[in-house]
Design a protein around this ligand. Structure first.
Ligand code: DC
Length: 226
């Protein structure tokens, strides 16, 4: 890491491992830009749904990708072509289709290029997703991999949704997460993997604060030594 520059931090892991809330908190504490790459795949998926696009019509998909704008607001709102879609991208129809859409190489190539541009324009960033350490920022200063048991991840999802007044059946959420895990880790293009130099944190049984402390502690220790 260059003197006076802030760290580049990658956080990868499966659905529901707590990456977003941890990354957002750490970004605030270390004054880093935060990028939720899953939200970008979700926004494209929403566009696919709204335009009734077929996933095998790659020419049309490429055309649509080239004319799609994805932006983030100051409070991490997600804008698709100028419209706030922060809630829409978290709905069940997007949850169902987002893994198949993100397995398409054209989609990945497009979004990875956008993510790499954002990283190169930022002095310090914390980016979370599935392929951040392996593909988007292989030169990241820190590569965390957050994991948790499937039951724990499903319970967290249910609790999170219940706080918004949405009551989900636990076994349904377990099934949906398992299905996404399978597609995300078995796809050919940049599957979810743990890179060799990753710092793996199993968050099962850890509180949110404990996970944040582990991440911030690791970064601060290293920065003080360096
Ligand atoms: O983190 P999330 O649940 O919002 O991500 C939604 C989907 O997007 C996830 O199932 C796989 C895909 N994704 C991806 O393929 N690569 C990333 N870097 C981030 C997300």
């Amino acid at each position: 890491m260059q003197k006076n520059s802030k760290p580049k931090i990658a956080i990868d892991g499966p659905a529901g491992a707590g990456k977003s809330s941890v990354a957002r908190k750490v970004a605030g504490m270390l004054e880093l830009k935060y990028l939720d790459t899953g939200a970008m795949y979700r926004a494209i998926t929403l566009k696919v749904i709204m335009n009734n696009l077929q996933l095998d019509d790659l020419d049309l998909l490429n055309e649509v990708l080239n004319e799609t704008e994805i932006d983030f607001g100051n409070n991490n709102q997600v804008f698709l072509d100028g419209k706030d879609v922060s809630d829409a991208i978290r709905q069940a129809d997007v949850n169902k289709l987002v893994s198949p859409v993100s397995a398409i190489s054209e989609v990945r190539k497009h979004l990875v290029a956008m993510q790499q541009d954002i990283a190169s324009e930022s002095n310090g960033i914390i980016m979370e997703g599935r392929d951040i350490a392996s593909r988007v920022m292989p030169d990241a200063d820190f590569k965390f991999y957050l994991d948790a048991s499937i039951e724990e991840r499903a319970k967290r999802r249910c609790k999170e949704q219940l706080e918004k007044g949405i009551n989900l059946a636990l076994d349904e959420v377990v099934r949906e997460i398992k299905n996404r895990d399978n597609i995300d880790s078995q796809r050919e293009d940049s599957p979810l993997t743990i890179v060799e130099d990753a710092i793996v944190i199993d968050t099962t049984g850890l509180s949110f604060e404990q996970v944040v402390d582990r991440v911030v502690g690791t970064v601060n220790n290293e920065l003080q030594q360096g």
